[in-house]
Write a protein that binds this ligand. Structure first.
Ligand code: FPP
Length: 292
C-alpha cells in the first residue's frame, strides 16, 4: 500500500482505520448516476459522463495506490445500446480520450488494462484504441484495470459454455462431455482474475444489472447514494472500511465450533425421538423469541 500524498480533512481518519492486511483483492464497480449528477446541476447528460470519466481516472489511481489487485469497472452494458445514438457516440469518444490520454499514467503506475465483453462490436476507432492500450500495457505487473464494455453476464456464461462445447467437439470428446463449475469459471471472460470481494454500486439503485453474475456469488455488496462523479477517495475508503467490517463466511460458520461445543450441540436422545410436527412447533417458538 502506497502512502497517499495529500489527504483531505476526514480522509486521514479513514485511511488510518484501514487494515492493509484485509484489503479486497478485487473490487468491481457499477458506475451509476452520471445523468442524475448532471441533471441536479442543470447540465446536459454529456457533462455527467465527462465528469464520470474523470472520476474513473482518480479511482483507478487510488485503488492502485491502495494495493488492490484488480478493479473491474462497468463502463458500457450490452443493454446500453438502447440509449440515444448521440449519447452512445459520446461514450465511445470519452473512452477513446481516456485510453489515449491516460496511457502514460497507466504505464507510470504499472497498471495493466484489459477488457471483458463483446468488444468486437465497438466502433472501429474505439476498438482499435482499446486493443492498442491492452497491448501496450500487457507486460505491466501492477493492478489489473478491467473494463467491462458491451458486457452482459448472461452473454458471458453462454459464451463460456459454447467455447467448452466447441473445444470438446474439436477434440472428439463431445459425446462424453460433462460441464462443471470449474470448467465454466475457466472459460469466463474473467478467467485468471480472482472473484470480486467487493461489489460497489453508486447512486443508490439496489440492482446488479447483469454484471458479473457468476463471479459475485460471494462478493460483499456495497450500495451508496453518491453519484459516480462524486465517488471520491473518501467514498472509496468508506466502502473498503465497510467491507473490512463484514464477516465473510462463504456459507460456513464464522468460527468452527470446538469438539466440546459440537458435542454439546448434538441433539439429545429424547429430542431425537420427537415427531416432525413437534420439532416444527419448537422451531417456531424459538423464532418468536429471537425476533423480539
Ligand atoms: C451510468 O450513468 C453510467 C454509464 C452508463 C456509463 C459509464 C461511463 C463512464 C463513467 C465514462 C466513460 C468510461 C470510461 C472507462 C472512461 P447513467 O447515465 O445511467 O446515470 P443515470 O442513471 O443517473 O441516468
Amino acid at each position: 500500500m502506497k502512502p497517499f500524498d495529500k489527504l483531505a480533512p476526514g480522509e486521514r481518519e479513514l485511511a488510518l482505520a484501514l487494515d492493509p492486511a484485509k484489503m479486497p483483492a478485487h473490487i468491481a464497480i457499477i458506475m451509476d448516476g452520471n445523468g442524475r449528477w448532471a441533471k441536479r446541476r442543470g447540465l446536459p447528460r454529456f457533462a455527467g459522463h465527462r465528469a464520470g470519466a474523470n472520476r474513473v481516472r482518480s479511482i483507478v489511481e487510488n485503488c492502485s495506490d491502495l494495493g488492490v489487485k484488480a478493479l473491474t469497472l462497468y463502463a458500457f452494458s450490452a443493454e446500453n445500446w438502447k440509449r440515444p445514438r448521440l449519447e452512445i457516440d459520446l461514450l465511445w469518444r470519452l473512452l477513446r480520450i481516456y485510453l489515449r490520454a491516460d496511457l502514460e499514467d497507466l504505464q507510470r503506475n504499472n497498471i495493466r488494462l484489459t477488457s471483458i465483453g463483446r468488444v468486437e462490436a465497438l466502433p472501429p476507432l474505439a476498438y482499435r484504441e482499446l486493443r492498442n492500450t491492452e497491448r501496450a500495457t500487457e507486460n505491466n505487473t501492477g493492478m489489473r484495470l478491467n473494463l467491462a464494455i458491451n458486457y452482459s453476464a448472461r452473454h458471458e456464461i453462454v459464451d463460456s459454455v459454447n467455447v467448452i462445447i466447441d473445444e470438446a467437439r474439436i477434440s472428439g470428446r463431445l459425446a462424453r462431455l460433462t460441464i462443471d463449475e470449474a470448467a465454466i469459471g475457466r472459460h469466463l471472460y474473467t478467467a485468471g482474475l480472482p472473484e470480486p470481494d467487493l461489489l460497489v454500486r453508486t447512486s443508490g439503485e439496489m440492482r446488479v444489472s447483469n454484471f458479473l453474475l457468476w463471479q459475485i456469488a460471494y462478493a460483499e455488496l456495497y450500495v451508496t447514494e453518491t453519484f459516480w462523479p462524486d465517488f471520491d477517495r473518501s467514498e472509496l475508503l468508506k466502502a473498503i472500511l465497510e467491507f473490512q467490517r463484514r464477516e465473510r463466511r462463504f456459507g460456513g460458520l464464522a468460527e468452527v465450533p470446538t469438539a466440546i461445543e459440537a458435542a454439546d450441540d448434538e441433539v439429545p436422545e429424547d429430542e431425537a425421538r420427537l415427531e416432525p410436527e413437534e420439532l416444527q412447533a419448537e422451531d417456531h417458538e424459538e423464532i418468536a423469541v429471537s425476533s423480539q
